[in-house]
Design a protein around this ligand. Structure first.
Ligand code: UD1
Length: 356
């Protein structure tokens, strides 16, 4: 069986890596890796390929940035040629980014089966571009690999037949389990414990002048009680510049360029608390048992709240501070690791593929 994997954005890379490794051990599969180039900066892409020990992509499509329509259309036009040329038996797509939806639409028109890894997650918030990507990808995929039971329930509710759905667990945790022992904090100079790790990049938080100012005001206040470390996503950096925000970069409030997977894991696993709007980080903190405050009104990963260490604070900065100070006082939920988040999800994916 010839399998073609398509990835494009930072969170895709840690998901494809374990699946690639698991399939690679099988003699009856050929694999190709295609990178759309949705993320193209060295520290948003190359560093992940190196650290995850992912092979060089067989093809790099170089689509780059643009509006959603421009970016998705560029992905579709470029991937169509690759698919026609390579004629895969199955295309594997990951997560909920524009590369995921663009590829799955093209496959469905070319009648090429699609396997969607991380299927069935729903925030029920259609203002999020990723929610649209998730809904469409799942409707037109042929094999849906889900990370948790809630995802199966969502898919069944949307009329997807049971035979297509496979609860395999969380592939992102496969990567974390493999690489946690290799992550090392020594790259971080002048770190003071305890510290808070922050990542924010969602359009709903960073694209609005007032909201972004409010967030920084709150973080600066928090930094009076605990060191704040904030690797800044390119989208957020652009907005800081566009809104001319003046942010102190002092000992207790440290902004930095986006960092690689291993360094981020080192920071995350030792953090007192993580403040984020990322999806994957809600999951990783749950696995690591680190308290996570999510600056979003909803989450497509509800098990991180019901079982794990995650709490949603929405846009309420007073609530963020309150929860933050509670954590500093030792008052927080400890959480458990959800079922099948055990480092073996990609092996279960291979088992499904072999059975087809
Ligand atoms: C994308 C995903 C989001 C994911 C995030 C992780 C979609 C719809 N969104 O959002 O789900 O959580 O990736 O990072 O697919 N830029 C650079 N260098 C890069 C990449 C982007 O400078 O390597 C800049 C571009 O100017 C671009 C902006 O960052 O306009 C945003 O990038 P884009 O890929 O459009 O969306 P993300 O916000 O990264």
């Amino acid at each position: 069986m010839k399998i073609l994997h398509v990835v494009g954005a930072r969170p895709n890379f840690m998901k494809v890596a374990p699946v690639w490794r698991a399939i690679d051990k099988m003699t009856d599969f050929d694999q190709l890796l295609i990178h759309t180039g949705q993320h193209y900066d060295k520290n948003m892409s190359d560093v992940f390929f190196n650290e995850l020990e992912l092979r060089e992509p067989n093809k790099y499509l170089g689509v780059g940035s643009g509006s959603h329509a421009e970016q998705t259309a560029a992905i579709m036009v470029a991937i169509e040629q690759v698919l026609i040329k390579n004629k895969p038996d199955l295309v594997m797509v990951y997560g909920d980014v524009n590369s995921t939806v663009g590829t799955s639409i093209v496959c469905s028109k070319l009648l090429i089966p699609v396997g969607h890894v991380e299927a069935g997650l729903r925030s029920f918030d259609r203002t999020m571009p990723e929610e649209i990507n998730r809904l469409i990808t799942d409707q037109i995929s042929d094999i849906l690999f889900t990370p948790s039971k809630d995802a199966n329930i969502n898919l069944l509710r949307e009329g997807i037949s049971l035979e297509k759905i496979h609860l395999v667990g969380n592939v992102m945790i496969d990567t974390l389990v493999r690489l946690l022992p290799k992550s090392d904090i020594s790259f971080m100079k002048e770190i003071s414990y305890p510290y808070t790790l922050v990542t924010l990049h969602r359009p709903s938080n960073v694209d609005h002048d007032i909201m972004l100012r409010e967030i920084f005001k709150t973080l600066i206040e928090i930094s009076k009680s605990i060191q704040v470390i904030f690797p800044v996503h390119p989208r957020t950096k652009q907005k800081i510049d566009e809104f001319s925000l003046e942010i102190p970069d002092s000992g207790n409030f440290r902004l930095m360029e986006p960092i690689g997977y291993l360094d981020f894991l080192a920071l995350q696993s030792r953090a007192k608390v993580v403040i984020t709007d990322s999806g994957g980080i809600q999951e990783e903190t749950t696995f690591l048992g680190v308290p996570c405050l999510t600056v979003r009104e909803n989450t497509e990963r509800p098990v991180t709240v019901s079982i794990g260490t995650n709490s949603l604070v929405g846009k309420d900065m007073e609530l963020l501070k309150e929860k933050m100070y509670n954590i500093l006082d030792g008052k927080f939920k400890h959480g458990k690791v959800p079922q099948l988040w055990d480092g073996k999800a990609s092996m279960r994916i291979v088992k499904v593929l072999k059975s087809i």
